[in-house]
Design a protein around this ligand. Structure first.
Ligand SMILES: [Mg+2]
Ligand SMILES: [Zn+2]
Length: 199
């Protein structure tokens, strides 16, 4: 087979994903958000996710919800927020393929709380995701570190805690592959970057 054709076939077969943080990335950052009435989708976040759906990307949301482990709100409140998220996305024809939650207290030292990689790996197994062709997007270093550790590209968004974490990244010598104003700009960059490297 011609080498370019082989590459095209390979690119068609592999499953690429974008791992999205939730709070401060998809929805406005609210400390220990638990009530649907306090939930606010960030501008164009739904459109950004729809663009990924349309281009054949898997979209997995990975979120630390220590408020459950701290006893601030029950797991049912998290489930209700996620039902709301799915309904909001459905309104514009967008969807997420999976939502993965760490409900533990930071002191539990569980295996799933970001920056650990377990939830990313779980999603990767479920959807047979090619991690080296995938991206992690979030407003904190702890969203990007597990993605980077697994071979994904890492994009910091400046919504939520993004400005603070841009400074932290500089101090710690962590270089995101890209820094975007928000999720929509991050997705635009991913799609353009992919078009340039996959041809
Ligand atoms: Mg966040
Ligand atoms: Zn956990």
């Amino acid at each position: 087979m011609n080498k370019n054709l082989a590459k095209v076939v390979y690119n068609l077969r592999k499953v690429r994903a974008v791992f999205l943080d939730r709070d401060g990335t998809i929805n406005a950052e609210v400390n220990y958000l638990s009530r649907v009435e306090d939930w606010q989708l960030l501008p164009q976040a739904d459109t950004a996710i729809r663009l990924l759906n349309e281009q054949g990307w898997r979209v997995a949301v990975i979120t630390n919800q220590a408020g459950v482990g701290r006893g601030y709100y029950p797991a049912e409140a998290v489930a209700a927020l996620h039902a709301h998220l799915r309904a909001e996305l459905a309104r514009v024809g967008a969807r997420v393929d999976g939502i993965y939650v760490c409900p533990h207290h930071p002191d539990d030292n569980c295996e799933c709380r970001k920056p650990k990689t377990r939830l990313f790996e779980q999603a990767a197994r479920e959807f047979d995701i090619d991690l080296s062709a995938s991206y992690a997007v979030g407003d904190k270093l702890s969203d990007l570190i597990p993605g980077r550790a697994l071979g994904c590209r890492a994009i910091l968004v400046l919504t939520g805690h993004g400005q603070t974490h841009r400074a932290m990244a500089e101090q710690q010598g962590f270089q995101p592959d890209h820094i975007a104003d928000d999720l929509y700009q991050a997705v635009q960059w991913i799609l353009q970057h992919e078009a340039s490297i996959r041809l």
